[in-house]
Design a protein around this ligand. Structure first.
Ligand SMILES: Nc1ncnc2c1ncn2[C@@H]1O[C@H](COP(=O)(O)OP(=O)(O)OP(=O)(O)O)[C@@H](O)[C@H]1O
Ligand SMILES: [Mg+2]
Length: 357
């Protein structure tokens, strides 16, 4: 499988942090306090922070005890409704019927998709891409979200780019014209990408515009990571049609699970009509706060319903994820030795080890 081959063994300027020694005990202790206690709301944080995050651990435990089993059983009951139509492990895709991806010399194309907003799609796209790059892979990120957050996260202003994925999708400009070299290569978005869905709607083969554009560069990369907008519109359909894998970031709270059935339905439609090769590589629990029963319960539910499809790696809550984009950097570059950086390194290793993407 393409996953294990690293055909571009180019020396990587970003590789240095990877060799960094484990932080000493003392440093780890400081970091722990910072990352578990420092989760107060941050300006850019699009997701609401639970009230629990502002409580001390003791307060949280007392509160949870009071709320007791009723919270748990209520969540389980509701989850049955929400996850009802979702198939169990392995059934989401009829993998026995799927042809293997024929050419292992082509990049694995991974979409990060979930129509729910603020679940860490962009954060996961960038940080996993950089983690894969640290391991010696050549990686391209594609910003397919008109919000341009991924582009911003690499220090590029989407308002000021001359050409963007809009031109690639709508006017068939070669994708190499919109690739900037940063920590990883990035095909940039601009705000006018919002108009691409309408502009593309009259094109023949409009669902395949991205697939066509990527064909040119797919032999050049090991991984192509696509950040999608929080919707299941034509941009996301283009991403899923161009991909062979999908990573679904899910925030570790009950409400975040609501859209999974809908996402699977869309994926099923794409498998049937546009791209039989696309499969879920894994469901990624993000913003995990092990202090709350709610977060643990949410992950347990995911595992009950999706089994091995749920990555073992947990992306915990850490304020560094909100800080790094302000510096135009991944967390792996912003604070290479932080625990936050290790979460995505662990995920990259899990993916490489298990051949999950
Ligand atoms: N592990 C984490 N801990 C704390 N904050 C996080 C974490 N991951 C992401 N964030 C923050 O949560 C917010 C939402 O993350 P992100 O932009 O990656 O989500 P998204 O799914 O791409 O959102 P959208 O649907 O709007 O595109 C950002 O402010 C980000 O910095
Ligand atoms: Mg995003």
């Amino acid at each position: 499988m393409g996953i294990l081959s690293r055909k571009k063994d180019r020396p990587d300027p970003q590789a240095a942090p990877e060799a960094a020694p484990e932080p000493e005990e003392a440093a780890v202790a400081v970091e722990e306090v910072e990352e578990t206690g420092g989760d107060e709301p941050v300006a850019e944080q699009a997701t609401p922070v639970e009230p629990a995050d502002t409580e001390s651990v003791e307060e949280e435990l007392a509160r949870v005890e009071e709320e007791g089993a009723s919270e748990e059983s209520e969540i389980r009951l509701k989850a049955k409704d929400l996850l009802g139509p979702v198939k169990g492990k392995g059934e989401a895709v009829a993998d026995s019927e799927k042809p293997e991806v024929p050419d292992t010399d082509l990049a694995d194309v991974i979409s990060f998709a979930n129509q729910k907003g603020g679940v860490a799609k962009t954060t996961s796209t960038l940080n996993l891409a950089v983690a894969l790059s640290e391991l010696g892979n050549k990686v391209l990120c594609v910003d397919l979200d008109p919000q341009g957050n991924l582009t911003m996260s690499q220090g590029i202003d989407p308002d000021k780019v001359e050409k963007s994925m809009y031109d690639v999708l709508v006017d068939d400009v070669p994708i190499t014209d919109v690739i900037a070299e940063r920590e990883i290569d990035i095909a940039v978005a601009s705000l006018d990408l919002a108009g691409a869905e309408i502009a593309m709607s009259t094109k023949i083969g409009r669902e395949r515009s991205l697939e066509r554009a990527l064909a040119e560069v797919r032999p050049e990369y090991d991984y192509i990571c696509i950040d999608t907008p929080p919707s299941l519109g034509l941009l996301t359909i283009n991403a899923l049609t161009a991909s062979n894998k999908v990573i679904v970031p899910v925030q570790c709270e009950y409400l975040s699970m609501r859209g999974l059935a809908q996402l699977q339905n869309t994926l099923g439609m794409i498998q049937e009509n546009l791209n039989p090769n696309v499969q879920i590589a894994g469901i990624l629990p993000t913003m995990f706060d092990s202090r709350t029963v709610h977060a643990k319960e949410a992950v347990a539910l995911l595992e009950e319903n999706f089994g091995d499809l749920v990555f073992k790696s947990r992306i915990r809550k850490a304020v560094k994820f909100a800080e790094a984009p302000v510096r135009g950097a991944s967390v792996l570059k912003y604070d290479p030795e932080s625990r936050a950086a290790s979460y995505y390194r662990n995920l990259a290793e899990e993916i490489l080890k298990n051949g999950k993407a």
